[in-house]
Structure formats: structure tokens, C-alpha cells
Design a protein around this ligand. Sequence first.
Ligand SMILES: NC(=O)C1=CN([C@@H]2O[C@H](COP(=O)(O)OP(=O)(O)OC[C@H]3O[C@@H](n4cnc5c(N)ncnc54)[C@H](O)[C@@H]3O)[C@@H](O)[C@H]2O)C=CC1
Ligand SMILES: O=C(O)[C@H]1O[C@H](OP(=O)(O)OP(=O)(O)OC[C@H]2O[C@@H](n3ccc(=O)[nH]c3=O)[C@H](O)[C@@H]2O)[C@H](O)[C@@H](O)[C@@H]1O
Length: 439
Amino acid sequence: MMITVVGTGYVGTTTTVALAMLGHTVCGVDVDPVKVRALQSGSLPIFEEGLEDALRRETAAGRLRFTCDLGQALPGCDVIMLAVGTPPDEDGSANLRALEEVSRQLGRLLQPKAHGRPPVIAIKSTVPVGTGERVRGWLLQEMILRGLHIPFEMASNPEFLREGRALHDAMHPDRVVVGADTPGAANVMKQMYLPLQAPLLLTSIRDAEMIKYASNAFLATKISFMNELARLCERVGANIQQVAQGMGFDARINPHFLQAGIGYGGSCFPKDVQALQALAAQSGLTLQILQAVEAVNASQPGWFLQKVKHVLGSLNGQHITVLGLTFKPGTDDIRESPAIPILKHLEEQGAQITAFDPQGMAAMKQRFPNVTYASTLQESLRDADAVLLLTEWKEVVEHDWGASWSELRQPIVFDGRNVLDSAQMRAWGYQYYGVARPS
Ligand SMILES: NC(=O)C1=CN([C@@H]2O[C@H](COP(=O)(O)OP(=O)(O)OC[C@H]3O[C@@H](n4cnc5c(N)ncnc54)[C@H](O)[C@@H]3O)[C@@H](O)[C@H]2O)C=CC1
Ligand SMILES: O=C(O)[C@H]1O[C@H](OP(=O)(O)OP(=O)(O)OC[C@H]2O[C@@H](n3ccc(=O)[nH]c3=O)[C@H](O)[C@@H]2O)[C@H](O)[C@@H](O)[C@@H]1O
């Protein structure tokens, strides 16, 4: 099949590569010429394990190309995937400006196909229920201005990949969701994903749009539930990890997304939890559970910091080492990272901060220029009064903590992700504090 993907950010780039790996001929289109030039020359503007190699392989095999020129990417296309950003507006609702711009452009640029089925326009971006119809409307308005009606069909095809595992998730999805209002569009999308051999759910466009928000909101709910429970566990002397393990054996609960910590971050959970609430508000509803999910998440970094202050007293002048800046390991993305409010608070309290992160330091330096960024983890530990572990990078978890003890001025570690071996850390002489992990 011939496929065009509009928007080559995190999702768009992964989608182009994955579809090329399935044997399709794919063109990625973006308005950002710097991004497009990088992709054309085989380099990724983001850090994502394995994706760059696959990008080069598929480009060399002739299945993948990139352009800024949407008009040039359209002739003969079977599917046009829209993967532009849908960032939050001030009221939390999804901002659809980029999607509207692309839709109107398509309305101006689409040409009748010489043969074969009309193209399917599939929305991959995360969008509120009803957006499929709005996209169709924008396209039709532009066509009417041209005095033409060029046939096309609409579909919704939300994406469920995780950053840090993007290509793996795109190639091995738990499920593919396709919302389509015509059997023809459903069939084209089904054929496109056939080589994946993944479970496929066919729904209406509205259902598919809701499934995406519902999934992210539910995962965020699991995390906030565990974070709130961790606060209680800490008060009553229970271990949240044991509790999570005991809960997770129940197949109805499952063991995933039960890790308490410093709160969820990233470009999606915070924005999607807000966008679903904004959608509800437009329908006159309040989603009380999601309000609580958001509130717990917003206060989790502060709850963690209270523990730090309880042990260290005033932070003024204390040398604090922060390990991990990205919102999760395996990415260079710091969007909505819980490290941001934590660094902000430490700075406000007058702490001297040294940070280390394998991928996130360049981006964080833009926001926190007064933090010292160490070139190695070992260097970051030197003379620290305390260490705050904020992202569970492999480098941090597997660090030789036994040998580093003497580097620190005070061997105090606050493990915001519960990833270090608490008994071993204590045996090595550390004062170790996890999240609801009593000794
Ligand atoms: N980042 C993630 O892990 C996931 C994101 N999503 C959703 O996918 C969508 C895209 O997310 P990301 O890839 O993270 O966004 P992003 O911000 O990384 O990329 C969006 C891209 O669209 C391009 N763009 C904007 N206007 C354009 C136009 N008129 N024509 C062509 N290109 C244009 C931008 O230049 C940018 O490269 C969002 O709705 C997001 O919620 C869904 C699943 C996972
Ligand atoms: O719509 C999206 O963009 C994506 O959002 C999330 O993916 P992502 O944000 O990349 O990363 P996750 O692995 O879900 O982690 C999100 C945040 O939750 C935190 N988390 C995760 C799991 C957990 O048990 N505890 C916890 O605090 C992570 O540290 C991280 O800050 C979803 O997992 C994807 O399915 C979805 O496609």
C-alpha cells in the first residue's frame, strides 16, 4: 500500500518506520524543514532505542522517504495518516489547530485518484470524540471552495505506543483499534495492519476516539491510586511494593502500572487526563475520579520532598544530587517530568543542585541553567549531602552503589522510584528512603 503520514514527531516517525517495516511504501510529511532534513539524512530528532537503525534500513530499502511538500506526497495514496500534535489549550482541552491546518491543506491539495479506491484519511493523533467529523467538515469546506468533491473516507486509528519502547510497541501492539464509519475504510485499514497479526478491534470513529482517552486516563488512575495508597502505607508501616505484588497476581487487576513513585509525567497522561475532563465539562459533566487522579499526581512530588525535608531539615546550602530528569527512562523527553517541580522547589529552598541524566540534560539545562550538570553519574555523587533518584535509568539502577558510598558527604538516598535494593543499600551503610518501603 502507499501511505502518507502527516506530522513526523514521536508518533509520526515511529509510524512511518513501522509501516515501512510491514512492507508498505511510506512518505512522512512535516512542516519543520530541520526535522525533515534530519530524517532524510537518516538521523532521528529524538532519542528512541532502535528507531534510527530501522529508519536507515527502511530508507535504504526504498520504502521510506520524507518531505515538507504535502502535495507531492499525496498522489496515489491509499491511506493518509494524521499524526500532528494535539497539545493542551489553556482550559485543558485538546488544541486542534495543527489538525485543522492539515485537514484544510488536504482539502485544497487532494486530487481525484486515477484508479482504485478513494484514500482513507485516518487520525492517529489523540483527539476528542467528534474530531473525525470536524476533520471531514474542514476538508469538505475547502473542496466546496474549489468547486470540487473528491471522494475520501474517514477513520480513527489511535496510537498506544510508549516512549522508550516506541518501535517495539508499534510492531507488537496489544491491539489495533480502527474506528470507521464505512466498511470500505475499515477494510483498507484492516489490510494495512494485516502483516502485524495483532488483535484488531473495529469500532465507530467516536468509539475509537474515546478508547484512546479512556485507556490513558485509566492507566493514570492506576498510578494515582497506588501513589495515594503509598501515603497511607507509609503512615501504617506497610510496604507498597508488597501490596502491589499481592494485588497484581489477581488477573482482574494485573501487575502493570502499579508502581508508586513521584507521579506520572510525559506528554500524554497529564494532557489526556485534562482533555477528557474538558470534554466532559463541555457536556455538562464532572469526572470526579479524574479530578482526584490529577490532584494526587500534582501533589506527589511535594509529598516526596516533604520526606526529604523531614530527614535533611533546611535544604539551604545542602548539596543535592538529582539522578534522572526525563519523565521515564529510554527517552530524552522531559515534558511534564516530575523532576521539574522537584528541581524548582530545591532551587527555591536554596539547595546546591547537581544533576545527571543519560539523555535529558540538554533539554533540562534550558529550563534550569543554574543547576550543575555532571558528565558522569560517579561525578554527580561527589560530596553530595543527599541523592534523589527520580528516573529509573538502567545506568542508575545498576550503578555500583557499594563502591560509591565514600564519594558522598552524607550517604543518604531517596529512591523516588523504588528501584534500588533497599536491604543491600542499608547493608552498604546508606540511609535509604524509598516510597512506602519501611525497613
Ligand atoms: N508521544 C507519544 O508517545 C504519543 C503521542 N500520541 C499522540 O500523537 C499525537 C502526536 O504526538 P507526538 O508525536 O508526541 O507530537 P510531536 O509534537 O512530537 O509531533 C508533532 C509533529 O507534527 C508536525 N506538524 C505540526 N503541524 C503540521 C502541519 N500542518 N503539517 C505537517 N506537520 C505538522 C510538527 O512539526 C511535529 O513534528 C498527539 O496527539 C499525541 O497525543 C499518541 C500516543 C503516544
Ligand atoms: O498516549 C500516549 O502518549 C502514551 O502514553 C503512555 O506512554 P508514555 O507516556 O510514553 O509512558 P508510560 O510508560 O505510560 O509512563 C508514563 C508515566 O507514568 C509513570 N509510571 C508508569 C507506570 C507506573 O506503574 N508508575 C508510574 O509512575 C512513568 O514514570 C511516567 O512518568 C501510555 O503508556 C501509552 O500507551 C500511550 O500511547
